[in-house]
Design a protein around this ligand. Sequence first.
Ligand code: ADP
Ligand code: MG
Length: 553
Amino acid sequence: MTPDTIVKGEAGAVQTGCTNLGKVVSVRGSVVDIHFDSHLPPINTLLRAQNGKISIEVLAQMDAHLVRGIALTPTQGLARGVSVEDTGGTLKVPVGKGILSRMFDVFGNAIDRQPPPEDVQWRGIHREPPDLTRRSTKSEVFETGIKVIDVLVPLERGGKAGLFGGAGVGKTVLLTEMIHNMIGHQKGVSLFCGIGERCREGEELYRDMKAAGVLPNMVMVFGQMNEPPGSRFRVGHAALTMAEYFRDEEHKDVLLLIDNIFRFVQAGMEVSGLMGQMPSRLGYQPTMGTELSRLEERIANTDAGAITSIQAVYVPADDLTDPAAVHVFSHLSASIVLSRKRAGEGLYPAVDLLQSSSKMATAGIVGERHYLLAQEIRKTLAQYEDLKDVIAMLGLEQLSPEDRQIVGRARRLERFLTQPFFATEQFSGIPGKLVSLEDSLSGCERILRDEFKDVPESALYMIGGIGEVKKNAPPDKAKTPPTAKVPANPEPAKKGETGKKPLDKAEPGEKTPPKVEPVGKHESPVNAGTPAQPKSQIKKKPEAESAVLAHES
Ligand SMILES: Nc1ncnc2c1ncn2[C@@H]1O[C@H](COP(=O)(O)OP(=O)(O)O)[C@@H](O)[C@H]1O
Ligand SMILES: [Mg+2]
């Protein structure tokens, strides 16, 4: 089996190869200069040395006899004078139904310890993006089952979404969750491309997908951080070539997931540096924009099918003005920005509610109700953001009743927009939840209508649909809602509450409510219920939640 397909793989390369041989002139890390006597191999040609053990891609023709290439494999053992074979073609990867449920490296070698795939064709990885005339746009929303995304950053079917964030804010977790939620409903094929991230993550994902039974419609391609820069630089193209096959030949909708596109830019930077090009801003390669566009533009919808892509984008130093992040931004239809601050507060998924945006969030596409609601949510959160300074300096009591209401709503919204993930079930202990768009919308609407103003904030933390609120609410709170709910105008009730506060503070001898007051300074009045919780809450939650509350300022 094995030798058979290896031959197949090489056959594709050898057919046109003839016997154009060159000799290695110099080896500097991954950069190899090769002398050819007669025919100079064109740019992007794949060269092989040492019986195919070492692969080199031509990146530049230096003079009439010299080409400079980047090795896609480690170059150990390569020496001056070693003969190099011109394969006469570019790097090729297998495409076809046979690659489904398999895991590959950049060369199309199976890396799942199974025999090489059968019934495949080999295709060059360098292709042109589809013609403008063949492109199509649909503007259809792609539901993810994740509240915060569906409500505030709706994704586009056939669009490109980016998950931006610094190290460890939850990009991979969010991406994995999306795979989990969408892949089951996805009628087409999913393709996961790991670029320059941890090898362990690839293995874990493979195992998870296998366990979830979605592998039969999935392909994985990895060029992780242990690979040389040349390999990380080309693995995205390899994955796209496979995706394009499913789109163009099988007319399927393809879900393409990339973790992490920044590593592609970074690999390009390494290649460029090794090639001796003058770096541009912040050390990035001068050709970054072009390289990225060549890859991103191939992720397109045509009359044949759509490629929806979700890409994690590492943001160096959490700086969204980093040139790499800025370049990626411009290709996307939705940008989900993850914030370290929210992650620090335990508000997962740590989506920055005000910075994230989607081109789908317009009334024409998501509908008037959803659009207005999203606007209202953003407005409330923005107002809360403005009030934070005042609260930090003077305390919540100094706010007008209207402002206090806004704070209460905003904090409840923030908590409602957290969600337990299937991907984190093992370590959070909370079972994952999938929430329909309708549930998410009505939940936010009801919070904005103040229906939950007497429910402790923590009752909204890490729940699924809004229907789950009551379960979490501590029993003692049941007494307060009737009194607070009855008055038609909520303001007097609030006033009463705050009027009480200083008093309570002065005399801590009183019953239930005063207990909370010392902490209450930075909190909304409704928080009063929180301390009562530990009884009813799961062991883990109170810590997380109290951390959240204490952090607020
Ligand atoms: N939704 C979440 N729920 C709970 N913990 C999370 C969540 N998202 C991220 N984390 C925590 O953050 C850590 C890093 O997340 P990860 O996705 O690997 O970060 P990144 O890919 O952005 O570097 C995880 O190991 C987990 O502890
Ligand atoms: Mg990651």
